[in-house]
Design a protein around this ligand. Structure first.
Ligand code: 5GP
Length: 181
């Protein structure tokens, strides 16, 4: 794996594709254990665009019936969270009375999760579960529980496997971290 350059920044290899697959296997197993014997059909909520790749991999591993929906929020500009989370596209299905499993690419400060939680409660969701591929525990300062975490990472800006730097890098199979040197 080589260093890569996107616009002005250089990124170095960080999490290999096979490690990502193993982490997704494990988190999918936890979700399966919680929902396999339930009679309900949860909504899997893909948070666009970053979670597309993770949601696709996760759904193929779920062995219970579920429905796919999406929503699009925006908080990042370049490599910094703006702190202001906006809805770019609303919920694509009615979640009233439903269990919703939110699928995030990464939980950083948690601002996006707080916004999602309030949107879903407002829409009448009966139960909300949060699943994320990556979690930055040192940055997270909110009270909402993150139910399913595939992998914890330190505070650093990463790209690949759905995550972008100004909309580029989402198609990379591996995850890269910014190289500050
Ligand atoms: P939060 O609202 O938790 O601070 O940030 C969540 C969103 O910010 C994520 O869904 C993602 O779009 C973006 N984000 C947070 N950390 C990173 C990162 O290290 N790399 C990239 N590419 N996006 C990030």
């Amino acid at each position: 794996m080589e260093h890569i350059k996107i616009f002005d920044k250089t990124f170095k290899p960080y999490i290999r594709h096979d490690e990502i697959m193993e982490a997704i296997d494990k988190v999918a197993e936890k979700i399966n254990n919680d929902f396999r014997n339930s009679s309900e059909t949860p909504v899997i909520l893909c948070v666009l665009n970053g979670s597309i790749v993770f949601t696709a991999e996760l759904m193929q591993r779920l062995d219970f019936q579920c429905q796919l929906a999406s929503i699009k929020l925006k908080s990042y500009s370049g490599t910094q969270s703006t702190g202001c989370v906006q809805t770019a596209m609303g919920l694509t299905c009615d979640v009233k009375g439903r269990t919703v499993i939110v699928v995030e690419d990464i939980v950083d400060t948690g601002g996006t999760i707080v916004k999602l939680d309030s949107i879903l409660k407002e829409a009448g969701a009966a139960r909300i579960k949060i699943c994320t591929l990556l979690f930055k525990p040192d940055s997270y300062d909110k009270d909402i529980a993150i139910d399913y975490v595939a992998k914890e990472i330190p505070n650093a800006f990463i790209v690949g496997f759905g995550l972008d730097y100004d909309e580029l890098g989402r198609g990379l199979k591996d995850i890269y971290v910014i190289d500050e040197e």
